[in-house]
Design a protein around this ligand. Sequence first.
Ligand SMILES: Cc1cc2nc3c(=O)[nH]c(=O)nc-3n(C[C@H](O)[C@H](O)[C@H](O)COP(=O)(O)OP(=O)(O)OC[C@H]3O[C@@H](n4cnc5c(N)ncnc54)[C@H](O)[C@@H]3O)c2cc1C
Length: 331
Amino acid sequence: MERACGECWVFVEHKDGRIKQASLELMAKGREVADGLSRELAAVVLGWNIGNVAVELARHGADKVYLVEHPLLERYQVDLYCKAVSDLASEVKPDVILFSSTRVGCELAPKVAKRLRTGMTADCLDLRVDASRGLVKQVKASFGGNVMVEVVTPFHRPQIATVKPGVATPVVKERREVVVRVTPKLDEREVKVRVVEKLETQKEDNLELAEVVVAGGRGAGEEGFRLIRRLAEILGGEIGGTRPAADEGWIPRERQIGQSGRIVSPKIYISLGASGALQHVVGFRRAGLVIAVNKDPKAPIFDHADVGVVADVKEFLEALIQELEKYLNAR
Ligand SMILES: Cc1cc2nc3c(=O)[nH]c(=O)nc-3n(C[C@H](O)[C@H](O)[C@H](O)COP(=O)(O)OP(=O)(O)OC[C@H]3O[C@@H](n4cnc5c(N)ncnc54)[C@H](O)[C@@H]3O)c2cc1C
């Protein structure tokens, strides 16, 4: 087995000087893992002129911050980022490297794992620790999403995993700040992609941060989703849904909640016309109050709800919206 220095690393993403929410969540999960293994937690952040990001990371539980700066790292480019992270990992030999299951993390993590000749587990829903063997138990849905499995990397180091956004809550913790400045060896000739023009895309939504999520399933139907949008508007919440709802085009694909979608943790989750399949339920199991509406009293969704209503979605929503509008108009 490869010798490891014992550090637990979290690869941190940032934009316009701000750390991404998914990375802050991962820092919290990384802290748990590092403490469980009695290791140091190090944040690894790449970019150019990003000293402020390093300072911020110390507030989120990092014992150490590797600040990897180079003009060529100003914008994310998978080859350069992969080289910088894996060169540093080859030198320092961390025990664990965690990435978020974001667009960047999903692209970067397997490339880093390949370069370091180690294993990688994608889209973990949780991480646990086997302290006696120094292993990170990487929990993910498998076999078509019907069972949760624990994957371990016993013979190679580092242990690498990507973790779904939404599975942890960021913590603010005062810690000793140690910034290790790293200048990677990168060559202009290695740049394969050049930015010609920057276009504004759609704004990122706040599904993971929403306090109220109103989500529909196949049982809601197209008409039900019109009412779901209205209810979300009244409650100031965000819309989500099941895979069939996304397949039907009633919600954008990126609003699918579940194993192959997003993980949400609102204070209130309202489920309308969803059966309660495990692959969907894993997407909201950290929600506070779960209210489920289904016309079938035996629907499994009721096993995951605090409040269950046996009703037709459309009738339920029409009545609820009418009452809420009456209340709002009377104020
Ligand atoms: C590898 C894999 C990954 C997956 N990932 C995801 C994922 O990320 N997210 C996800 O959602 N699914 C995912 N799925 C699919 C998942 O297994 C289920 O098929 C899906 O969640 C079912 O969606 P649904 O509840 O909307 O539809 P259905 O299972 O068809 O349920 C519809 C429900 O609506 C009720 N209903 C019907 N009409 C009404 C009405 N008028 N009023 C009230 N209730 C009504 C019915 O009683 C039923 O319970 C995945 C599957 C696999 C194999």
